[in-house]
Design a protein around this ligand. Structure first.
Ligand code: ZN
Length: 421
């Protein structure tokens, strides 16, 4: 299962959204894509390029376009995952121990972050305006559980405000000074930071015959990985991109906290890039609207495999099997954007390469999660289909999926890019 092992490498190289984007950018660079700065004039011939906005990235392949109004075929995913992040005033000392103040980002399964070896990753912005990626891949942080003898009533989930600080040292050194020493900057120069804890245990294969992948951030780096692999494979395979169509890969930050930011799915990022591609091809505003009207977006985010210990939490007619292939997500109240048109396109892509497709409906009496699909669809007006790969323990510090599904996922998304209309 080489795809599953490639996924493990992708995840381990991507401890934060900023790193996920850098990992994707490095793969695009190696394949001949050129980076465009949004502040610069757009390259006259669209060709193959990408832009980065913080923890988000949009890449395109315009080489098979025949006119400015040609439609886009888009695969979308999100780069962020729930975790524990550094507070602004994060240094505190307790009985001779240095304690680091943390708070949750999004909705992590809090208990899974306790008693775990944690490193730190993210970015800092220095006084001179420069930005540094930070990654300490060492077990320096630990958020300890409370002993059962001190918690006889087993109060359960930790409190988001009071129970998530990490012990890390007895030096009496400010954390940023320690970090700067390792990463080559002075603590007093750090004027802004987005720093988060990361599980330092490498991703790997578990279960008999290694049929499972155990890794942090599968939600949603598994889709970032598969989308990128499919985007590159479809662009460089024998047949190349479908004539008269453009391929786009969009990786959004901030899905786990609602997508409303300058770089989230609710931002102008995707639409702005699509518009600039059309304008660079000599098109006018009406060509953009024509292109968008003919486009389709496959929005990938992980799906819940039916849990063997909690089958009653799942819709009985829609059990999802690990290793059973990608999962089409449908929700009548539009927590997922899938409509019949998008469902049919995605089902046809899977069918064309013999990948099995599973269909997911959430229990009607439980609140359903959501994803970038409905938000991006509302922002762009593009027909969107939501789907995912099956996994267990979504939002755990350590998630699980079937290695076979990584292969299925890449194959299905490659077919989505390559399938003729
Ligand atoms: Zn997700």
């Amino acid at each position: 299962m080489p795809a599953a092992d490639d996924l493990c490498r992708f995840v381990d190289a991507s401890p934060s959204p900023f790193h996920a984007v850098a990992t994707a950018a490095a793969a695009l660079d190696a394949a001949g894509w050129s980076r465009t700065d949004e502040r610069d004039a757009w390259p006259a011939s669209g060709g193959r390029g990408y832009v980065v906005r913080g923890g988000s990235l949009v890449a395109w392949d315009d080489t098979a376009a025949t006119g400015p109004a040609d439609p886009f075929r888009i695969v979308g995913a999100h780069t962020d995952s729930p975790n524990l992040r550094l507070k602004q005033h994060h240094d505190r000392r307790f009985e001779g121990t240095d304690v680091l103040a943390l708070e949750p980002y999004g909705g992590p399964l809090l208990t899974t972050w306790l008693d775990r070896d944690l490193g730190i990753a993210g970015r800092v912005v220095l006084r001179d305006g420069s930005e540094r990626l930070v990654h300490v891949d060492e077990p320096v942080l630990r958020v300890p559980n409370l002993a059962i003898h001190l918690d006889r009533d087993a109060a359960g989930a930790p409190d988001r405000q009071r129970h998530l600080d990490a012990v890390w040292s007895q030096r009496g050194t400010p954390f940023l000074a320690w970090l700067g020493e390792r990463q080559g900057f002075a603590a007093e120069d750090v004027l802004g930071h987005e720093l988060m804890t990361t599980d330092v245990v490498p991703s790997g294969r578990v279960g008999a015959d290694g049929w499972l992948v155990a890794a942090p951030r599968l939600d949603n780096q598994a889709t970032c990985f598969a989308g990128l692999a499919a985007f590159l494979a479809s662009a460089t395979s024998g047949s190349g991109p479908v004539p008269g169509r453009r391929s786009v890969l969009v990786l959004f930050d901030h899905e786990e906290v609602g997508s409303s930011s300058e770089r989230g799915a609710a931002s102008d990022l995707l639409l702005t890039v699509l518009e600039r591609i059309v304008l660079a091809a000599g098109g006018a505003r009406d060509d953009l609207h024509r292109a968008v009207a003919g486009s389709i977006c496959a929005s990938g985010d992980m799906a819940h495999a039916t849990h063997p210990n909690h089958a009653e939490r799942h819709e009985p007619l829609h059990h999802v099997v690990l290793g059973g292939g990608p999962v089409l997500k449908v929700n009548q109240n539009l927590r997922y954007a899938t409509d019949a048109v998008g469902a049919a396109v995605f089902a046809r892509a899977c069918e064309s390469v013999g990948v099995p497709l599973q269909r997911y409906v959430h229990r009607a009496d439980l609140p359903c999660g959501s994803t970038i699909g409905p938000i991006s669809a509302a922002r762009t007006g593009i027909t969107t289909v939501d789907f995912g790969a099956p996994q267990l323990a979504m939002h755990s510090a350590r998630e699980t999926m079937a290695a076979a599904d990584v292969e299925h996922y890449v194959k299905a998304l490659t077919a989505f890019f390559e399938l003729a209309d």
